[in-house]
Design a protein around this ligand. Structure first.
Ligand code: SAH
Length: 248
């Protein structure tokens, strides 16, 4: 079981697989006022940076589940590196439908809401693992500027303008699902650059190391086109944030 290869090539050197930086995760951890022993479930945990750094900085414990064997190995490695491997565990697997045996204080899905078939489905899924009064974290894009056409939305790798909302409408939408938005930390364009531009050097180095790989033409094509596409579309139009929710 694995995710499409382009991600494990282009994001192999990423610790964070979304437009957040280590500072944004630190801000979020502080904003949530996490206490030692707080139990966290993270669906689509990637390379585990959120859980690992919060275990180090706040003494949280928890589990991450991710479909990428590479990212899961990197998460385990990171936990050892930070000396918190006894506090966090990472499972390689499909997080769709995953409900934890023990209820958690914080249930998160940060940049992988397709796991629950979209934001509402993911919130419903996370809620099944959450203790009463716990916090749900959802990391998701929104429109920073409304794309003037579906063509521009497709430039942002969305299917259409209707895929995402503007921030105020997005915040309202959590209310219609029965949740209070109790905190949020938003990515900025520097964070987007760290996520997207970091892929370019990784792809360039991968191409140098793997010139005869059957995937080389695809990676080369991405490296040729991604900087312009990103600067013209994603960087201008897409916002991204992590939203903390509590059931009303
Ligand atoms: N939350 C992480 C990773 C976000 S990227 C971070 O902030 O860094 C999205 C992640 O979802 C990737 O690591 C990918 O491997 C994982 N993923 C995709 N589909 C999945 C699924 N069905 N089950 C579990 N993980 C999945």
């Amino acid at each position: 079981m694995d995710i499409p290869r382009i991600f494990t090539i282009s994001e192999s050197a990423h610790r964070i697989h979304n437009p957040f930086t280590e500072y944004k995760f630190a801000t979020l951890g502080a904003a949530l006022r996490l206490k030692p022993g707080t139990r966290i479930l993270d669906l689509g945990s990637g390379s585990g940076e959120m859980l690992c750094t919060w275990a180090r900085d706040h003494g949280v414990v928890g589990t991450g589940i991710d479909m990428s064997p590479l990212f899961t190995r990197q998460a385990e490695q990171r936990a050892k590196e930070l000396g918190i491997a006894d506090q966090v565990g990472f499972i390689h697997g499909d997080a769709a439908g995953f409900v934890s045996d023990k209820k958690v204080d914080v249930a998160a899905c940060v940049g992988a809401t397709w796991i629950g078939g979209g934001v509402p489905g993911t919130i419903e899924l996370l809620a099944q693992s959450l203790r009463p009064g716990g916090i749900i974290l959802v990391g998701e894009p929104y429109w920073r500027q409304l794309p003037p056409s579906d063509k521009v939305a497709r430039g942002c790798l969305a299917n259409s303008v209707s895929d995402y909302l503007m921030l105020p409408d997005f915040l309202v939408s959590f209310g219609s699902l029965g949740y209070d938005v109790v905190e949020m930390v938003l990515a900025d364009q520097d964070g987007w650059d760290r996520y997207e531009a970091a892929k370019w050097l990784t792809m360039r180095r991968w191409l140098e190391a793997n010139p005869d790989d059957e995937f080389a033409a695809e990676v080369r094509a991405k490296l040729d086109t991604e900087p312009e596409r990103y600067a013209a579309y994603t960087r201008e139009y897409m916002g991204w944030g992590v939203f903390a929710l509590m059931s009303r």
